[in-house]
Design a protein around this ligand. Sequence first.
Ligand SMILES: [Zn+2]
Length: 212
Amino acid sequence: MWPTLFQNAGSVAKKSYALIESRLFSASNAYLKGGSSRHMERNERIKLLRRTNEEWRERMNAFNRDYGRRLRETPDFAEKESERHRERYATNPQYRLSCLIRAWVKHDRWAWICELPWKTHRPVIYTTPVQHRCESCGITRLRGSRFVWQSIAQPDSYSCHACYMKQEPEVCMPKGYEDIRGMRALVARKRQLDELNPQASRAEGTVDGGKK
Ligand SMILES: [Zn+2]
């Protein structure tokens, strides 16, 4: 829930708060429910608020700064937040998969994971942050991102990780890897598929992605 501090910044803002589940006001925490157009609408409202309501922007910045400071300086708070993460990881399979996929594709030694036969998008890792507008939530991170999902059907279209993970788990996972939920199993399945058919286990006809 949002602190009372934020609940008196105008009716538009109130509606926005009610829709936001994330504690931090950033795209990286955009685990939000519902359809894309609703996200797009909400994000437009937030962008408008950010541009036009200085008081609101200041409060939001202060809240984010305070959250970061509490994490760094208050061990109890950091422990509570980490416990919240652990609990969510343990009880929410989609969140767990989201964390796993993010760790897999971002790991330098596992570049081959980006080349797996992903279905709708493929992961792209940049050496320096690049700005892309998410096709689903409409958010463009001002500081850019080193990790995005590029649409296979429309290579000019990109999705943020949170929006990519709103698809069904079997759609999020590469072809032939739908049931995999761990690194060891992932490697074993890769070997198995490579032995069966070296061509079929690689991405085919996809755009230029992977590690850049
Ligand atoms: Zn998005």
